[in-house]
Design a binder for this molecule. Structure first.
Ligand code: 5GP
Length: 212
């Protein structure tokens, strides 16, 4: 389909318990698709080794976060693992008005808030681990968090997974490449939906007016 034809952007929300692979899957999808921007959240948690301000998150202290809440800077925000995480609204509005799609790597609370705010535009994908034992292994292998933090994340994973029925698509991440192919297919198919392509109506009118 011609890229000049008008289309309506979509908001792709990807959630999973910590360690199920959503961040790697999401980042690869954004890297492979120039039409898709990543929403960078703001958080009060400390950066993990290897994380950079403005790349994984905007890392701020609690006072800055709370002043952003007071200024209505967030589309949604939530408390997760005793830290606060929020999605800034302005970059999303700018991206969508420039015809871009936006990917959100956020938890079920954020997914529900974005679905309530933009029900027509939202597409929700949930990533499951193949087993809880595998999730525990991945969290330990990541070796970025202290043991008690890993234990808390594992406990919370059960509660996160309970929300799986609030999602449009579910991927079991047993093999990264296979899970990535499924995510990429979902994104491509959703972009092709008729309702997301208002430019099709004049195109079809032109086809029907073309008399041979
Ligand atoms: P982590 O500390 O492992 O990076 O993230 C912890 C959890 O917070 C993950 O489930 C992640 O998806 C979620 N999260 C990250 N940013 C946001 C956000 O802006 N809003 C919400 N609601 N959750 C977020």
């Amino acid at each position: 389909m011609s890229s000049e034809r008008a289309r309506r952007g979509l908001l792709l929300v990807v959630s999973s318990p910590s360690g199920a692979g959503k961040t790697s899957l999401s980042r690869r999808l954004v890297a492979d698709n120039p039409s898709l921007d990543l929403s960078i959240s703001v958080t009060t948690r400390a950066p993990r080794p290897g994380e950079a301000h403005g790349r994984e998150y905007d890392f701020v202290d609690r006072a800055v976060f709370d002043s952003m809440v007071d200024e209505n800077a967030f589309m949604e925000w939530a408390e997760v693992h005793e830290h606060r995480y929020g999605t800034p609204g302005v970059p999303v509005v700018l991206a969508v008005s420039a015809g871009q799609d936006v990917l959100f790597d956020i938890d079920w609370q954020g997914a529900a808030a974005i679905a309530a705010a933009a029900p027509e535009e939202v597409v929700r994908v949930f990533i499951l681990p193949p087993s809880m034992a595998d999730l525990a292994r991945r969290l330990h292998a990541r070796a970025q968090d202290a043991e008690d933090v890993i234990e808390r994340r594992l406990k919370r994973a059960y509660g996160e997974i309970e929300h799986w029925t609030e999602y449009d698509y579910v991927i079991v991440n047993e093999d990264f490449d296979a899970a990535y192919a499924e995510l990429a297919h979902i994104y491509r198919a959703e972009r092709l939906k008729r309702v997301r392509n208002p430019g099709l109506a004049p195109f079809v009118a032109g086809l029907l007016a073309e008399r041979l």
